[in-house]
Design a protein around this ligand. Structure first.
Ligand code: GLA
Length: 396
């Protein structure tokens, strides 16, 4: 019987938070937390999906799928199937008069098991990994010939249309284009993707999972996006030749602010500042690589990088307002430790993981008193997660 195994990683983001839908450049990477999928041919006409971690399974006939009401992981699965096969008319696909749609004639007879080591709601993009891994696997299984970028866009549309989150494309790009030991430069204006290495000499990156998930996240995310889109319409009206937030200058910004409410002004201030910080990180990464080649790497550029990471946190907390009390408590206390160079909330916000950069000599046991006081105040224990940067979605 035909079989296929796929792994699909979660992601971190070094800098450029909330810039993927704000004309920015983002710097994510795939990490060693994965969805793993097993595809297997069966003799049955239906498709069977097993979510092993949840001990849940779902059987459906593809021709009925459109009419099925779904929630949770089933909505992502439905989205990927619906979008991947929506307009496809290659061999193996026939037009079904009953449902008035294209149906892959060999689509039944498929069983998929999946399980994951990506914590849900931790800001590591488990839903993007689910969608990208499933889309990639189906693309392989049916020989659909879609590119990785097409699959990323399709996974993003699944979030928009089937989960109601108007996300950018960063998570999907990280999951599909990750490279071992590398970070990605993803330019969200033209969807160009490059990888670069940031030699971590004398420093290390890790995650601290706050274990908090506020369900505010999705509505607040869409609200931020709507605020910035409205601001952009106004900017285009005032300055017709403006191309993106990347090129707005301070004079234009002040003129535009006069037309925006206070909250939108703060959101936009964050975006413009974060775009500038990403440019600084790109320059620093260049310096680090060059001095790394000359073997005279010092800690100084990492200290600069740490400062930028901290500034991003402040912006997300005070201007973009997507942090939360628990994360802020951890961040403020982490950066009091001299060997921690930078710490910030990561991902959409309102909980999840902090990304932390520390000197190699940092003793993790020194976090004990912080985790104890966190527990006393918030009732849960944050978890330290060491991470490695890995390849994107692949066949195992
Ligand atoms: C979520 C979204 C991404 C991105 C980040 C914030 O993870 O899915 O598209 O906007 O938040 O940087």
């Amino acid at each position: 019987m035909k079989k296929l195994q796929i792994s699909a990683p979660g992601r971190i983001n070094l800098l450029g938070e909330h810039l993927d839908y704000n004309h920015g450049i983002v710097l994510p990477a795939a990490i060693d937390r994965y969805f793993k999928f097993d595809f297997e041919a069966t003799d049955l006409p239906s498709i069977e999906i097993n979510a092993l971690d949840l001990n849940e399974s779902w059987d459906f006939e593809f021709s009925q799928l459109n009419a099925l009401q779904t929630s949770g992981w089933r909505s992502y699965v439905k989205g990927i199937f619906m979008l991947l096969f929506a307009d496809y008319s290659a061999k193996n696909i026939s037009f079904d008069r009953a449902s008035l749609s294209y149906v892959p004639t060999s689509l039944g007879g498929l069983k998929i098991h999946f399980k994951s080591t990506i914590p849900i709601g931790a800001g590591l993009s488990s839903s993007a990994a689910l969608c990208c891994g499933l889309a990639f696997g189906l693309n392989e299984w049916f020989g659909l010939g879609k590119s990785r970028l097409e699959l990323a866009l399709l996974a993003q549309q699944t979030e928009h249309q089937f989960a109601g989150v108007k996300c950018g494309l960063m998570d999907q790009v990280a999951s599909l284009f990750g490279k071992k030991g590398q970070l990605i430069t993803f330019d969200c204006l033209d969807n160009s993707i490059e990888t670069f290495s940031l030699p971590l000499v004398g420093v290390q990156l890790f995650l601290l999972d706050s274990k908090v998930k506020h369900n505010l996240a999705e509505s607040a995310y869409n609200e931020r996006r709507a605020q910035l889109e409205a601001a952009w319409m106004k900017a285009k009206e005032l300055f017709p030749s403006i191309e993106s937030w990347r090129t707005i200058d301070e004079i234009q910004l002040n003129l535009l602010f006069a037309h925006l409410d206070l909250n939108t002004q703060k959101r936009l201030r964050y975006v413009v500042d974060e775009i500038a910080r990403v440019a600084c990180v790109q320059a620093l990464a260049q310096d680090i690589s060059v001095s790394g080649m000359n073997a005279k790497l010092s800690i100084e550029p990492y200290k600069e990088l740490g400062k930028l990471i901290n500034q991003t946190h402040e912006g997300l907390r005070d201007l973009y307002e997507v942090s939360c009390e628990e994360i802020d408590f951890l961040q403020v206390n982490l950066i009091k430790q001299p060997e921690i160079l930078g710490a910030r909330m990561m991902g959409g916000g309102f909980g999840g993981c902090l990304l932390v950069m520390a000197q190699d000599s940092f003793d993790f046991n020194s976090l004990k008193s912080l985790t104890t006081s966190y527990h006393a105040q918030f009732g849960s224990t944050p978890a330290l997660e060491r991470i490695a940067l890995v390849d994107g979605v692949r066949v195992l």
